[in-house]
Ligand binder design. Sequence first.
Ligand SMILES: NC(=O)c1ccc[n+]([C@@H]2O[C@H](COP(=O)([O-])OP(=O)(O)OC[C@H]3O[C@@H](n4cnc5c(N)ncnc54)[C@H](O)[C@@H]3O)[C@@H](O)[C@H]2O)c1
Length: 359
Amino acid sequence: MSDLMVDPASIGQQAHSFRPQESRTDMVRVGVIGYGYWGPNIVRNLQGQKNAQTVMVCDQNPAALARARKAHPSIETVSDPLDVLRSPDIDAVAVITPVWTHYELAKMALENGKHVFIEKPFTSTSAQAEELIELAARKRLTIMVDHTFLFTGAVRKIRELTESGALGDLYYYDSLRVNLGLFQHDVSVIWDLAPHDLSIMDHIIRAEPEAIVATGEKHLNGVEDVAFLTIYFPRNVIAHINVNWLSPVKIRTTLIGGQKKMVVWNDLVADEKVRVYDRGVQITSGEGIRDLLVSYRSGDMWAPQLEQLEALHVEMGYFAECIMNSKVPFNDGHAGLRVVRMLEAAEKSIRRKGELIRL
Ligand SMILES: NC(=O)c1ccc[n+]([C@@H]2O[C@H](COP(=O)([O-])OP(=O)(O)OC[C@H]3O[C@@H](n4cnc5c(N)ncnc54)[C@H](O)[C@@H]3O)[C@@H](O)[C@H]2O)c1
């Protein structure tokens, strides 16, 4: 069993009243709907799993199906999602289509008794997410939302550092996630890129956010292509996320400041992606305001060893493991809903030119 197969009880954020239904087989048979940009990665990472396999790929675009047949000649391909959703040979459906289609496809999958692996962001609205969570609970089925970054060696290490108390009390999470494109037609840069940071924050800060302030602008095709989000958490923890499709260079850098240690995570470098700095500031006050004593700590930096496994491979194995062992995944529908609620609040704040939206 992989380290990532975390016992949900140890995650501490779940509040579920259900357990997924018992699995009937030792192999989870998955139908994948959507073989555009991301779908091929899902199919590739399902192949080679010992407890899961893709048995059908569905896409309404014939060119996408031709690519699927070329890459995986033994997998059946269909153009109608109902062929997947109603197939008695399928235990679980992976929904790898644009976000506006997620709710309908996932709902039909659950109604047909299938477990659901679904792309981020989970749904277009929190009401849709709540309905799917309730439906899955009633049918005792699993929902897993693809918050891929939670399965990377970097995020697993950062979470280990926060969990063990190595960073001390958290001060901030500050992320720069910018590049040129890929422009989406149906969602803004917030719904496209911010789910990564929001799910990572949710996983490592592990507190309910209190409020969001967001600003952003549309320049080219009617959706925000540049946005800045500030999220307030209890105990003075603050997060800032800068997402931008109009950056001349690609940057994926996150700073996480703690009272004892600080982390710099540069996801674009091959080595030393995560660096931990023993740096900080201590302030002791004397009698009056003039007696403030500021001392700076500037100790060692080290780069911890990170797991090298492909995140999606680990995640797909975890999906099958959860279904077969009736475990509630930590990236379940509730985790997806928490992210969608933050996205909705950010969008509302942008419409009101940066008004504080309480969650
Ligand atoms: N986890 C990640 O890191 C990550 C990365 C990229 C994309 N995504 C997510 O994956 C999803 C898909 O994104 P993409 O970039 O692959 O989009 P895409 O447009 O490249 O591909 C979507 C595919 O779904 C097909 N499709 C759409 N509706 C369909 C339907 N009803 N039935 C059958 N086929 C249908 C389209 O023909 C297309 O081939 C989005 O939700 C996106 O946010 C996640």
